[in-house]
Design a protein around this ligand. Structure first.
Ligand SMILES: Nc1ncnc2c1ncn2[C@@H]1O[C@H](COP(=O)(O)OP(=O)(O)OP(=O)(O)O)[C@@H](O)[C@H]1O
Ligand SMILES: [Mg+2]
Length: 267
């Protein structure tokens, strides 16, 4: 079956990822409630929603860092919610975090190399020490990720020496160096200026054109309009709209979610 999303036609086969009625509760807080979505190959999907609407929790659930209260997760049509978070690299799932998580004692090159190593060790299951001895000092995936994120010249710097925006680019480079099949990005351009955001948008679209399925969380509506093929909107843990970015931002429920947020409390 063929369908059209924006100006991209999608042959509807097995989605890369499917969430079925996924809920995550923290005590009385229904952070994610009954979310069903499909992430299709070769598309950039976005999630918008006010602060606290459940975007990061949903990414945590998909990447298995956050336990599900209910629901099912499928990758390539296979349920995977029983696996450990550390096994996600083996599935081909890479992510960046809303708060930068770089290792402070490693320079830029070595922080990025961690991503490539995670992918390699998931594939080869090396004995301790074997992989470190055999791999070249800078693997091609790392050199490529450094080039694509504009980090040439920063390789020997440590995270504390970098601006916040540059630290975020290192996180993106680390995720890309895993050569993932699904890339989840939680506010990757926070702390970046307009031209840096435009560069990241272009990078994500280039990766999309190479076939990489992505899920992007951003508050910058213009960035979402420029970058995403398909957008989900959340409010109070639930999906309230989905469709093309232009349609979703015009949706009355979405507009009300942003305008009507003030003063409302979680159950
Ligand atoms: N570990 C946790 N324990 C308890 N409550 C949590 C936890 N993580 C998130 N929450 C709550 O779940 C709800 C959803 O939070 P989440 O961080 O997923 O929202 P978000 O959409 O990512 O927000 P933002 O745009 O501010 O990043 C919020 O009410 C939050 O306080
Ligand atoms: Mg968040």
């Amino acid at each position: 079956m063929a369908a059209s999303i924006g100006d991209r036609s999608v042959v509807s086969t097995t989605p890369v990822l499917e969430a079925r009625e996924v809920s995550v509760h923290f005590g009385g807080v229904r952070a994610v409630e009954g979310v069903t979505l499909r992430l299709e190959p070769g598309l950039i999907h976005g999630i918008i929603g006010p602060n606290g609407s459940g975007k990061s929790t949903l990414i945590g659930a998909i990447t298995r860092l956050t336990p599900l209260t209910r629901g099912q997760l499928l990758f390539d049509g296979e349920p995977y919610q029983g696996i450990r978070p550390s096994a996600m690299a083996g599935l081909g799932v890479a992510r960046t975090f809303q708060t930068v998580r770089l290792l402070p004692d490693l320079n830029v090159r070595d922080n990025i190399q961690l991503g490539a190593d995670a992918e390699a060790s998931a594939k080869t299951r090396p004995r301790p020490g074997w992989y470190q001895r055999l791999r070249p000092s800078v693997s091609p995936a790392v050199a490529d990720a450094i080039r694509r994120t504009g980090l040439e010249g920063w390789e020997d710097y440590y995270p504390s020496e970098l601006s916040y925006g540059t630290q975020r680019r290192v996180e993106i480079a680390r995720a890309i160096s895993m050569n993932p099949r699904l890339l989840l990005l939680d506010e990757p351009t926070a702390g970046m200026n307009q031209s840096e955001r435009a560069e990241i948008s272009r990078l994500l679209r280039d990766l999309r054109d190479e076939g990489l399925c992505q899920l992007l969380v951003e508050h910058d509506v213009q960035m979402m309009l420029d970058t995403c093929d398909y957008v989900f909107a959340m409010n109070f843990g639930e999906l309230i709209a989905e469709g093309t970015p232009a349609d979703v931002v015009q949706n009355p429920l979405v507009q009300e979610a942003y305008l009507g947020r003030k003063g409302r409390q979680h159950a």
